[in-house]
Design a protein. Structure first.
Length: 621
């Protein structure tokens, strides 16, 4: 709630309080001054004897002053009684405002904690930036990271009402919204959040695709609630869940959850509200399930009319039917129509021709609407002609986590070998770089949340990967390994001052490692990236740190020639991690390997990051 009304009421009360005394003082001073002037001017008055008697004259002055004081006192009392009810009303309003501000102070207290180490929402559109809602119609400030409302959301009244009724059943209401990819589950959950923002003190969006992103977003919530520390993500996650379990004024959205079993450990046990979106089924034991279907035909036509600003009802109806009334495909089609200033009918003819070519190609995954592939292909063909750099950058996005891609951060730190020639040329000129971004955003292939971060829909990403042959995929994977390595901190990845970078890059590195293994990519850059991410993972999960360190060792040992110093450092780090994890025998095996390397090359001992003798002493104890 805004502070302005409370301040206004308080100002009115103060003004009324001082009006009576001010009037009294003014009248007293005025009468006194007139008396003095009369005294001075007595020489001009009739020659009355009693006026020449100073004691009598001053007695008159004193009497007039006393009478003025009595009169002004009466006026003051009249003012006070006239406005007492107004003053009390203002006081009550001020007290209510203070009470509402107290809830908002939760966010203010956490704001200082997050200011020095700013961790951006790794969802994009953020997920939006962490913020405190200050809507004039909101009865309290809301702690939220919900992205901005979709400008062209249409329909869905029925399922929005169903979500509201299921949530009202409580005490902890969990509603799982699932359906085909591109059907609009995320936008539906986003619309629900904005419709009901005023009903909660906390509305928080969690990217639920992996445990890493879940913990990252719950850690940010813990920081905002001043119950967690960025340096201990595991404990901060637990603190956030515990804090929510002790209150009932919150709404959590777990977006794009993989399964009920993976999500269950992160569900608070309290009288709050939870909405889950997922392509998967099998939520019956965890949540009330609602199936999201395609838009009604009339809603699909309305969406096209809003997005294109073209009133072609017949062509829009035919196109909506061709696209299966799928929101993602409709949005992409509308973006193409607007970008190319074409009619809906012209786009429909173009779509039908492209769809005919696509039907002869390999089948798409079962949850993959063919309409998305066709609409995407039309954008891609246009970009290939007009912006080759945008096409190359889009292929980079195919290998990154689709949420919150920090493209500007990556491009600013990129070496020449990390980019294609077209992207490197555009990257050297800020204006050309923005045009490259604009081409992708304008075609709705990317969504931009702020100056640095973008999002690509998972279905568009999967279509993109189908377009890339294996040789091209290997080349892109190698470049993106170098690109992420260029931005990853060279030292101290676990230090809080670098979390603003490492937290952004971490989920992208984990996904890229999967592609690298699938494509048999192995080079020194990949080993370095494994080792750097493993170091950061020590603060997140010891098991993940061990797995990544072992993978770094495998990569370095597979190279010709083997980078001896890097391999020795990985062995020392791996031995230390295994020992701390209680795997003493496995740690000793790695130390013996390290000792054999040092025996073969004595110069390694003085250049290692670990003290081998100290490590041996620890293992012997």
């Amino acid at each position: 709630m805004s502070d302005a009304p409370a301040q206004g009421s308080g100002g009115q009360s103060e003004s009324m309080h001082w009006r009576g005394p001010a009037a009294a003082a003014g009248m007293t001073i005025l009468v006194s001054v007139l008396a003095v002037v009369t005294n001075i001017a007595t020489g001009l008055l009739p020659d009355w004897e009693w006026l020449k008697n100073s004691p009598i004259m001053w007695a008159i002055v004193a009497g007039l002053t006393a009478i003025s004081a009595v009169l002004t006192y009466v006026v003051q009392r009249w003012f006070s009684s006239e406005n007492s009810s107004t003053n009390q009303s203002a006081i009550n309003k001020s007290r209510n405002a203070d009470r509402f501000r107290g809830i908002g102070n939760i966010g203010s207290a956490a704001g200082g904690a997050i200011g020095s180490v700013h961790v951006e929402k790794i969802f994009v559109n953020e997920p939006g930036r962490d913020r405190v809602s200050e809507d004039q119609n909101t009865p309290q400030r809301v702690i939220t990271n919900i992205p901005a409302r979709g400008r062209h959301f249409v329909g869905r009244d029925s399922i929005l009402s169903m979500i509201e009724s299921r949530i009202a059943e409580g005490p902890i209401a969990v509603v799982a919204v699932h359906g085909l990819g591109g059907i609009g589950k995320t936008q539906l959950a986003l619309e629900y959040c904005h419709l009901h923002m005023n009903s909660y003190a906390i509305v928080w969006w969690v990217r639920a695709e992996t445990p890493v992103t879940i913990r990252a977003d719950l850690t940010r919530l813990a920081v905002r609630l001043a119950v967690g520390d960025l340096n201990d993500e595991l404990r901060a996650t637990e603190s956030a869940i515990e804090a929510l379990s002790n209150r009932d004024d919150w709404l959590l959205v777990f977006d794009n959850a993989e399964s009920a079993s993976a999500l269950r450990p992160y569900l608070p046990s309290a009288s709050g509200n939870i909405v889950i979106t997922s392509r998967a089924r099998g939520w019956e034991d965890t949540a009330t399930c609602l199936e999201v279907e395609q838009l009604e035909l009339s809603e699909a036509v309305q969406l096209l009319r809003q997005r294109t600003n073209r009133n072609e009802p017949d062509a829009a109806t035919d196109l909506s039917e061709e696209l299966g009334c799928l929101p993602l495909a409709l949005s992409q089609a509308a973006a193409y129509i607007s970008t190319h200033s074409m009619s809906v009918q012209s786009y429909l003819d173009l779509y039908r021709a492209s769809a005919g070519r696509l039907l002869g190609e390999a089948p798409l995954p079962g949850d993959y609407p063919r309409s998305v592939a066709v609409t995407w292909r039309l954008h891609f063909d246009s970009l290939r002609e007009n912006s080759p750099a945008a096409v190359d950058l889009l292929k980079v996005c195919a290998f990154l986590n689709p949420d919150e891609m920090p493209l500007l951060l990556l491009l600013k730190n990129a070496g020449e070998n990390s980019l294609t020639a077209a992207v490197a040329a555009a990257n050297r000129d800020p204006l050309l770089r923005e045009r490259m971004f604009g081409a992708l955003v304008g075609s709705s292939l990317l969504t931009r949340f702020d100056d640095e971060k973008f999002r690509i829909h998972r279905l568009v990403q999967r279509v993109l990967l189908l377009e890339i042959n294996e040789e091209e995929a290997v080349a892109h994977c190698r470049r993106i390994v170098a690109l992420l390595k260029d931005s990853w901190p060279k030292r101290g990845a676990r230090h809080p001052s670098r979390w603003s970078v490492t937290v952004q890059l971490f989920p992208h590195c984990l996904l890229l490692f999967q592609y690298a293994e699938l494509l048999d990519v192995a080079n020194e850059d990949l080993g370095d990236l494994y080792y750097g991410v493993a170091d950061f993972s020590i603060a997140v999960d010891a098991g993940t740190a061990i797995d990544l360190t072992e993978r770094a060792l495998e990569v370095f040992e597979s190279l010709e020639p083997v980078p001896l110093l890097k391999t020795a450092n990985v062995l020392g780090r791996l031995a230390s991690l295994l020992w701390r994890a209680g795997e003493g025998e496995a740690a000793k095996v790695r130390v013996r390997q390290l000792r054999n390397m040092i025996d073969a090359d004595q110069s390694l001992a003085s250049r290692l990051d670990v003290n081998v003798e100290l490590l041996l002493a620890e293992l012997e104890d």
